[in-house]
Design a protein around this ligand. Structure first.
Ligand SMILES: NC(=O)c1ccc[n+]([C@@H]2O[C@H](COP(=O)([O-])OP(=O)(O)OC[C@H]3O[C@@H](n4cnc5c(N)ncnc54)[C@H](OP(=O)(O)O)[C@@H]3O)[C@@H](O)[C@H]2O)c1
Length: 279
């Protein structure tokens, strides 16, 4: 068995939070499914009302009601509640249901252990810019998942950005790089803006210049097809202003610190994931 979407397929999000909202928005915009085929469940009635009012999708307060008859179930609750949710819905799912989890740190092996034998699972690690339709999602199919399942997951997550398929052994690195990555860029934006104020610019101007620069640099990287290092060299004339700034960054070993920071995130991701397997 495998999953593909028909005009009548039912897809349920368990947990109507930020990520579910980004995906529901993306799926409807991309016309992958009609709102009547989408369901959300949540313990908070206000979230369900919000989804109903914004997207016209049906909400359920009980997970078991929301997943009944669904071809695809996306687990979009916090990792800490996944075990309880699966205990609740596991035996209520049709054996042909594809279970997709976006919960950080929960392995496909763990999901399979908590579901009836033979169920197909796919694990996905999206990131926060999915909320703006510009996310990066990495997915890894579980052992029982088929190529059609992988294609389906790819099309769902393409509706909120770029999708990459990887072996699950890379998921801690992915979490450290693209999962936590937006925070590194926000941090950089904070520093640039702070420097702007200190040099006498007002908040609005510092923000416009910082955001425009980050957006422009990212676009240039994509459009020129050159490595970041090459573009950095091109913008740095010997003895010029950029060179003066980069000398300070190099003296402060910013590159080494960045790599160390990302490796720390990878280590933490591994610890959290192992903690959940043990717990
Ligand atoms: N946001 C990100 O950038 C991001 C990136 C990568 C992966 N993820 C993963 O995506 C998942 C969802 O993240 P999120 O940011 O969308 O979280 P979120 O906004 O907190 O959404 C989760 C929703 O599920 C509800 N909920 C709690 N227990 C439930 C239950 N037993 N049954 C049904 N609904 C329940 C929550 O209600 P209450 O608030 O009332 O508890 C909340 O409305 C997480 O596992 C996270 O690890 C998120």
């Amino acid at each position: 068995m495998s999953a593909s979407l028909s005009a009548e397929s039912i897809l349920t999000f368990v947990g109507a939070g930020n990520m579910a909202e980004a995906l529901v928005h993306g799926i409807i915009q991309a016309k992958l499914l009609q709102p009547r085929c989408l369901r959300v469940t949540d313990t908070d009635r206000r979230r369900l009302d919000h989804f109903q009012a914004t997207f016209g999708v049906t909400g359920f307060e009980r997970n078991v009601d929301g997943v009944r008859g669904a071809q695809v179930v996306v687990l979009a609750v916090k990792p800490q509640v996944i075990a309880d949710v699966l205990k609740d819905i596991g035996t209520k799912l049709a054996p042909s249901t594809l279970v997709v989890s976006i919960a950080a740190g929960i392995t496909t092996h763990r999901l399979q252990q908590q579901l009836p034998a033979g169920m197909r699972v796919v694990r996905v690690m999206p990131n926060m810019p999915a909320l703006a339709g510009a996310g990066v999602s990495v997915y890894c199919p579980g052992k029982q998942a088929t190529e059609a399942d992988a294609q389906l997951v790819e099309s769902l997550f393409q509706s909120v950005g770029v999708v990459v398929r990887l072996d699950e052994k890379h998921l801690d690195a992915v979490t450290a790089l693209s999962g936590s990555g937006p925070a590194y860029v926000f941090f950089l934006a904070e520093f640039m803006m702070q420097a702007g104020y200190e040099m006498g610019l007002d908040h609005a101007t510092a923000k416009t210049l910082t955001l425009g620069t980050i957006r422009g640099a990212a676009r240039l990287l994509e459009e020129m097809g050159q490595e970041p290092e090459e573009l950095r060299r091109r913008v740095t004339s010997k003895g010029g202003t950029t060179a003066a700034a980069l000398e300070v960054l190099e003296a402060g070993r910013v590159k080494e610190m960045f790599i160390k920071a990302i490796r720390a995130a990878q280590k933490r991701s591994r610890e959290l994931s192992e903690g959940m397997v043990d717990g």
